[in-house]
Design a protein around this ligand. Structure first.
Ligand code: ATP
Ligand code: MG
Length: 350
């Protein structure tokens, strides 16, 4: 069976890193009996230029029926002046796909410990996955906005907690089998529902997964004190927003980090966490690793091809350990040379 992958290269370095994602997918597919079809569509600033709309109808249609969507990046100074915003395309895309679970792995690659702002002995071995709820909580609750008083309602239903917790427990089974659920159950009612629901689900459906609970304030400290102690971190929308930004700096370069946004109705959205980086666009300086690791997440979560995903991840780790890299991680290679090295490695390790 053939899978259709929609590529949305977007703006700035987006096209350079989308090419990297496509290259590793094409390199790995024949080794795992996968047949992949690619379609490219406009989103963001380039879509505004070509169609006057950051999320044109043709893009929306293609994303709605694709098996998975890969996004490069959107935005840049060219579209900052007024008129339609490229970022509006991204919001519309997330809505179209119904993405409710944001996954961000934070991995310290052997040989790159020195890139971390933390001491090398402290970060060595760090390999965690943050699972953040994306559609509920205080960001989406009813708001009251007055001159003398304002409020934001934080609300979660048991079903919302259960569906994100399932993602975390399932991911833990494929990893080290541990989930750390982060809440503020000593103060918040939503956090007490969160904790109760997570415990009940573990007991009922995932008794083999180890579960512990950490208050969000303590978690902010522990991420810095002992990042290597964690496997899967499960948390609600706002806590996850804050903790995932904190955690993303632990590994060093923003160019290395992938992400996935999963949905119940679609194959999900896969994108590196970095932005369009207009300062380096078109110069061959973009680190393509975050995009390649996002492509691996696409295989694992959208196509149920965990073996192919691990194949890409091993090739990336081997190349990084061998000193291959762009300038942001202390290397000297052009983006395309890094892509070629990883694809060669994929072929050798087939
Ligand atoms: P956003 O577009 O999400 O608002 P931003 O504009 O703050 O994010 P980025 O576009 O991610 O940030 O760029 C931040 C810095 O990191 C820039 O100096 C950019 O050159 C650098 N950077 C981002 N991505 C990469 C990459 N893949 N490789 C090398 N450097 C990168
Ligand atoms: Mg940017």
């Amino acid at each position: 069976m053939s899978h259709t992958i929609v590529l949305l290269p977007g703006d700035g370095i987006g096209p350079e890193v989308a090419a990297a994602a496509r290259a590793v997918l094409e390199a790995v597919a024949p080794h795992h009996g996968l047949s992949l079809t690619f379609e490219s569509h406009d989103i963001g600033g380039c879509a505004i230029d070509a169609h006057g709309d950051p999320f044109p109808e043709a893009t929306a249609k293609a994303c709605a029926t694709a098996d998975a969507v890969f996004l490069g990046a959107v935005g840049g100074p060219k579209w900052d002046g007024g008129g339609p915003r490229p970022e509006a395309g991204l919001l519309a895309l997330r809505k179209t796909l119904g993405a409710f679970a944001n996954l961000r792995p934070i991995t310290l690659f052997p040989g790159l410990e020195h890139l971390s702002p933390l001491k090398e002995e402290r970060v060595a071995g760090t390999d965690m996955l943050i699972v953040r709820e994306l559609t509920g909580g205080i960001y989406f609750g009813d708001k009251v906005e007055g001159d003398d008083h304002a409020s934001d309602l934080c609300s979660y239903s048991r079903d919302e907690v259960e569906r994100i917790a399932r993602i975390a427990f399932a991911a833990a089974r494929e990893r080290k089998g541990r989930v750390t659920s982060v809440d503020k159950a000593n103060v918040l009612a939503t956090s007490r529902l969160w904790r109760k629901t997570v415990v009940a689900l573990r007991d009922a459906d995932y008794p083999d997964v180890e579960l512990d609970h950490v208050l969000v304030d303590a978690m902010a400290m522990k991420l810095i004190e002992q990042p290597s102690a964690f496997d899967v971190i499960l948390t609600e929308n706002m806590f996850g927003d804050i903790l995932s930004d904190e955690a993303s700096v632990i590994a060093g370069s923003i160019g290395l980090a992938p992400s996935a946004s999963l949905s119940q109705t679609h194959g999900g959205l896969y994108e590196p966490i970095h932005g369009s980086a207009p300062d380096i666009a078109g110069q061959g300086k973009a680190n393509p690793i975050g995009a390649m690791l996002s492509a691996a997440m696409l295989l694992r979560h959208a196509l149920d091809a965990g073996g192919a995903a691990a194949h890409i991840e091993r090739a990336v780790a081997d190349c990084l350990a061998g000193g291959v890299g762009t300038a942001d991680i202390g290397g000297t290679e052009h983006t395309d040379a890094v892509i070629a090295a990883v694809c060669d490695r994929i072929g050798e390790a087939g």
